[in-house]
Write a protein that binds this ligand. Structure first.
Ligand code: SAM
Length: 262
């Protein structure tokens, strides 16, 4: 399964993201065991220092200025550095993707969508959408990703926003038995055809078995726009992307929240 980041290469941290684009599959992590734990327990001291030294705390340039995040920005060394010097897997968690931005904006503006609900953020990355759900009163949250460093980034981002930690699951959740969630949110997860097929099947089962509501944030990726899932979507809201996000996303101008109704 090839990663196709051709759709999104921030102009400046080109080297690092080109490395991601060249990789032949999702990163293989030597420590990639199943972890389902409170956010605080992800804080390996060395990784924490690495993240703090190589990211910048920012709340500008996105659709959700009320959320602070540690991200890779032009003021970070590795924005400019040769990609092969990056010592970890591809840093998807270091970018606040347009799909996640739209979802988070929508949750922040519509508290009733999450208040008192159990929410799974599948492919959480930097954790912003889970954080938006937490800020607006979700009763239970799980942030899920396959990247352990994402788990640590989510932990730090929770702290930044003065939130009590919520559980984080580092595992390919698509291979696990499904649980009941009131709401599943997915920001920018449809960037690979095989992954899109797996997600589609998994989400259908989730809706049919548990009556789960599924919201998808996507800025018009081809793997999403051309997928058969399009026949089962209802547009909720479309946002105009802020200029910095446009510049970092090869000219994408909008991002949309979709309600999946199979
Ligand atoms: C493009 S990023 C989007 C991150 C975040 N949702 C956002 O919008 O900012 C995709 C994320 O999905 C994660 N991912 C990919 N496949 C996954 C899977 N099967 N289960 C959980 N996470 C996955 C990646 O590690 C990455 O952090």
């Amino acid at each position: 399964m090839a990663l196709s980041l051709g759709w999104k290469v921030p102009r400046n941290c080109y080297g690092l993201l080109q490395k991601a684009a060249r990789s032949s599959g999702f990163p293989v992590f030597p420590w990639g065991h199943c972890s389902w734990t409170g956010a605080g327990s992800f804080l390996d001291p060395e990784i924490k220092v690495f993240l703090e030294e190589n990211t910048e705390v920012t709340s500008s340039g996105s659709l959700t200025p009320e959320i602070q995040l540690r991200l890779l920005t032009p003021r970070c060394k590795f924005w400019w550095e040769r990609a092969d010097l990056w010592p970890h897997g591809d840093p998807y968690w270091a970018i606040y993707w347009p799909g996640g931005q739209a979802l988070s904006r929508y949750l922040l503006d519509n508290p009733d969508v999450v208040r008192g609900k159990s929410v799974l953020d599948l492919g959480s990355g930097c954790g912003a959408t889970a954080i938006a759900a937490k800020m607006n009163g979700a009763s239970k949250i799980l942030a899920n990703d396959i990247d352990p460093i994402a788990g640590m980034a989510i932990t730090l981002n929770c702290e930044l926003n003065r939130l009590n930690p919520f559980p984080i699951l580092i595992k390919n959740i698509l291979s696990l038995e499904q649980s009941k969630w009131d709401l599943v949110v997915l920001g920018d997860m449809f960037y690979d055809e095989n992954l899109a097929d797996s997600l589609h099947q998994w989400l259908k089962n989730c809706c049919w078995t548990f009556g789960t509501r599924v919201l998808i944030g996507d800025p018009g990726r081809p793997q999403f726009s051309r997928h058969s899932i399009q026949h089962q979507l209802h547009k909720v809201v479309e946002y105009s992307l802020p200029e910095p996000t446009r510049q970092e996303n090869n000219g994408l101008t909008t991002s949309t929240v979709w309600d999946f109704q199979p």
